[in-house]
Design a protein around this ligand. Structure first.
Ligand SMILES: [Zn+2]
Length: 646
């Protein structure tokens, strides 16, 4: 029986490999089904299922949410070049380090980047790229895809990288019978993988094209070409195009080849990837914050089209900024019908000469909403876009700062809704199941006008919202509870300082280490960071100078423990403690003391809250000390602090 099972598994896997990886089946479907049924019957009888059995290729029950999982090695994204000058700059950087470099050129597929982990020859898990450091565990979803092996010859720890895509022909077939049409192959692929129900993944039939070995425990691969060969040898699906180029001219002609070739491809592509072939010198060339310096993605020009502006509406964002959004005559752009296009601000409208009823050029790049590039021609009916004199939502006062207009009313509804939605969003507090509609209801029904108020919501409160029943209520409250501990960079992003995105938040978190340090930073210190410009630096210092913001910040810290992004040693002497430093210490600066506490497992807070477990009071400590005494938090002085460190 054992031999028969092994025979069935090996035979079925070989056939599946021929069918799904090589696109070259050697048998009829019904022959496959016959052996598959036999294997299933034996498995049911014995209750034993081998790890590489093809019967594991069903995703099983829907999952409740995606666990996050750290990659063994960071998955970098690639820097982009859109002009030949940028490409030349890339070559020049390489040539400073490597003589006569050799390059590989490959297709760049437009889907969802995946990372598959193997250990001891067995498939362990599949994750999305996520932020490069950690991604979402999509193993159940991925198991329904058959273009990768469950068992491989390589025995060490291994992480391979690929792009999950849906073929254009498969998407077309799917749309012919689907209730809900999927418009774009990239979103369809991402939606298929990031779907809680593996059955949906299976229905949409994504596949994965592998192109990189991200981590290899034992042995090594000397070149990009070897990466490709290794993947193929171990049974992964690899797209059959990898051009080896000895000169920049050869790279240029390979790019041209891809630009022409991609038009007849059944898979969505948006560029070419150029890598230094020799993997051994890559470390010498190194990495920027975000990208490897030894590889680049050459992106083909985004799609453009002409259309007519019908109307311009103003939207109010979380900072009160008014953003114009143009409604345009529907136009097809790369297979997607476009009805809306963005303009940046009032200044942008003037600079581009955009008027209502004028013909404009729009471009869709990676953004969801295309952008208006400029005006093509005016007509007799062209009229200027009206600059709003008061807020279109609350009727409140409008202030003009540079090229931007702001509604200054903090109680303006769209501002509040946008702020709450942003606070809960992915990359911020990541409160699952919290949508813009949730934010709107929370504000309208319960008067939640600040993120800090979310943390006092009760079951009874949430039950007042439309569509919220038992399960949904407990899900929302559980998600809120889960967000009570968050990494510093995500917290910085969540509070929503204008111009401070995810990248800047990360840089700020890494540099300053705490909200308290960040709040004291001067504009000069901020500008010194790579990701912070003049205007953003001013915005940050201005944000921390605002009384209302500080009040809200303190209210948030009452409810949320902000952890340093660095790994915390919870067994240290301050393990599990929330510590507030106040007054002046004679032997340490504030940030030295803070560093010591954090390195020993403690979390530093900027103000005394109900969560504070310890206050270290130096000379002339004031309000914080008084508050600590009032609520009965343990207080020690500098001598005792030093004693602890011994
Ligand atoms: Zn307003």
């Amino acid at each position: 029986m054992k031999d028969r099972v092994r025979f069935l598994i090996d035979t079925l896997n070989k056939w599946a490999y021929e069918y799904y990886v090589l696109d070259n089946p050697s048998i009829e479907d019904r022959e496959y089904d016959k052996l598959y049924d036999e294997l299933r019957a034996i498995e049911e009888q014995t209750g034993e299922v081998q790890f590489d059995s093809p019967t594991k290729r069903v995703g099983g029950e829907p999952v409740k949410g995606f666990e996050r999982h750290a990659h063994v090695h960071r998955l970098y994204s690639l820097d982009k070049a859109v002009t030949s000058e940028q490409l030349t700059a890339f070559f020049n950087r390489i040539k400073k380090v490597v003589q006569n470099p050799e390059y590989t050129v490959e297709y760049k597929f437009d889907g969802l980047t995946m990372c598959l982990t193997y250990d001891k020859g067995k498939f362990v898990r599949a994750t999305t790229r996520g932020n490069g450091v950690e991604g979402e565990d999509v193993t159940a979803q991925c198991l329904t895809i058959k273009s990768f092996p469950l068992a491989i010859g390589y025995e060490g720890l291994l992480e391979v990288q690929g792009e999950a895509v849906i073929r254009l022909s498969v998407l077309k077939d799917y749309n012919e019978t689907a209730k809900e049409q999927l418009k774009n192959a990239r979103n369809a692929a991402a939606g298929a993988i990031r779907n809680l129900d593996p059955k949906v993944t299976a229905e949409r039939k994504p596949e994965i094209l592998f192109y990189n070995v991200n981590y290899m425990g034992e042995g090594g691969l000397a070149t990009q070409q070897e990466h490709s060969e290794f993947l193929r040898r171990n049974g992964f699906k690899v797209f059959p195009y990898l051009k080896l180029c000895q000169s920049e001219e050869q790279v240029a002609s390979a790019i041209e080849e891809i630009e022409v070739g991609r038009k007849s491809l059944d898979v969505l592509t948006d560029g070419a990837v150029i890598k230094l072939n020799d993997a051994r010198v890559r470390e010498d060339i190194g990495y920027t914050d975000k990208f490897p310096r030894w590889a680049i993605a050459y992106k083909f020009e985004a799609e453009e089209a002409e259309t007519v502006v019908k109307e311009v509406r103003w939207q109010v964002g979380r900072t009160g900024k008014l953003t114009p959004l143009a409604e345009v005559e529907p136009v097809d752009l790369g297979g997607v019908t476009v009805k809306k296009a963005t303009l940046n601000n009032l200044g942008d409208i003037a600079r581009k000469g955009v008027k209502v009823n004028s013909r404009v050029l729009i471009r869709r790049s990676n953004e969801v909403i295309p952008e208006i590039l400029g005006c093509v021609e005016h007509t007799d009916e062209s009229i200027d876009v009206q600059k709003p004199l008061k807020c279109p939502f609350c009727g409140g006062e409008i202030v003009e700062t540079g090229a931007n207009l702001f509604c200054v009313n903090r109680e303006c509804k769209p501002r509040i809704v946008a702020a709450l939605t942003h606070f809960a969003s992915k990359g911020a507090m990541d409160i699952e199941g919290f949508s813009e509609a949730t934010a709107t209801q929370l504000y309208e029904v319960l008067g939640v006008n600040k993120p800090s108020k979310l943390y006092s919501l009760t079951t009874n409160d949430v039950a007042k919202l439309e569509g919220f029943k038992d399960k949904k209520i407990s899900n929302l409250l559980a998600a809120l509870n889960k967000s009570r501990e968050v990494a510093l960079d995500r917290f910085i992003f969540a509070v929503g300082i204008d111009g401070v995105g995810k990248v800047a938040s990360k840089a700020l978190a890494e540099h300053f280490g705490s909200i308290e340090n960040l709040s004291r930073a001067t504009a000069e210190e901020l500008v010194a960071l790579d990701d912070i410009g003049d205007i953003t630096a001013q915005t940050i210092t201005g944000w921390f100078a605002d009384e209302e913001n500080l009040k809200e910040l303190a209210a948030l810290q009452e409810n949320i423990t902000v952890t340093n992004n660095k790994k915390i040693d919870k067994s240290g002497i301050f393990g599990g403690q929330s510590v507030v430093l106040t007054g002046t210490l004679s032997d340490f600066t504030r940030s030295e003391a803070q560093k010591i506490i954090e390195e020993n497992g403690g979390v530093c807070q900027s103000s005394v809250t109900s969560k504070t477990t310890l206050v270290i009071a130096g000379e002339s400590a004031g309000g914080k000390l008084a508050k600590a005494q009032k609520i009965g938090v343990k207080i020690i002085d500098e001598q005792q602090f030093k004693q602890m460190l011994k």
